[in-house]
Design a protein around this ligand. Structure first.
Ligand code: HEM
Length: 171
């Protein structure tokens, strides 16, 4: 079981590398800054990165903590790791893959029904995690992450219920 999981993780990391190689062709400065930051912050120890991300994200708001109360976080981290490739691919092509569409639908109205403004907390948590893990983090790297994540976040938000926001949950 352990060997199989290791093989799957190696395979996912290989796909990352191929993906990064492809989008490195003709890249623009922010893409380059993002890709280099991604390599420094996530590739060396992605488990620690995603573990810390969820600590920050879940600790940011009691509503988020409640949503993840019964979640098996080891699996959740692996799924986020994989879904980051969908986010990056969407940013590069602006064509949602089937996986990206399924992810957005799953979070959207009628399903998890995540309020649009919780995506802002998701992004801020991601930026804080990058700040901790990328030793070269600076203003431009922050912009690069925001720019690269923006299309995926906007696409996911477009599946949210327009009449629902996080404040509704407090009442
Ligand atoms: C672009 C941002 C996001 C990405 C890439 C993302 C990614 C994911 C992934 C990959 C899964 C697992 C999907 C599966 O089970 O097949 C998931 C589940 C989930 N996400 Fe997100 N997510 C995002 C934003 C959010 C936000 C803002 C919230 C709000 C709290 C949220 C709450 C959840 C919950 C509650 C689950 C289900 C957990 C469970 O199965 O117990 N996500 N997300």
């Amino acid at each position: 079981m352990y060997v199989r999981n290791t093989l799957i993780i190696n395979y996912i990391e290989y796909i990352y590398d191929v993906f990064l190689y492809i989008i490195n062709v003709n890249m623009k400065p922010y893409r380059k800054l993002f890709n280099n930051s991604f390599q420094r912050a996530i590739i060396p120890d992605s488990n620690s990165f995603y573990k810390r991300f969820y600590e920050i994200f879940v600790g940011s708001d009691p509503r988020i903590a409640e949503l993840f109360e019964k979640t098996f976080m080891n699996l959740q981290r692996e799924m986020l790791k994989q879904s980051m490739t969908y986010m990056m691919s969407f940013s590069a092509t602006l064509e949602p893959s089937d996986e990206m569409k399924e992810l957005a639908e799953m979070h959207g109205r009628g399903k998890l029904n995540i309020p649009a403004n919780l995506y802002e907390i998701w992004l801020e948590s991601m930026i804080k995690t990058v700040e901790e893990f990328d030793p070269k983090f600076d203003e431009n790297i922050e912009i690069a992450w925001r720019v690269m994540m923006a299309p995926g976040v906007a696409y996911m938000q477009s599946f949210c219920d327009k009449n629902k926001n996080a404040a509704d949950e407090t009442t």
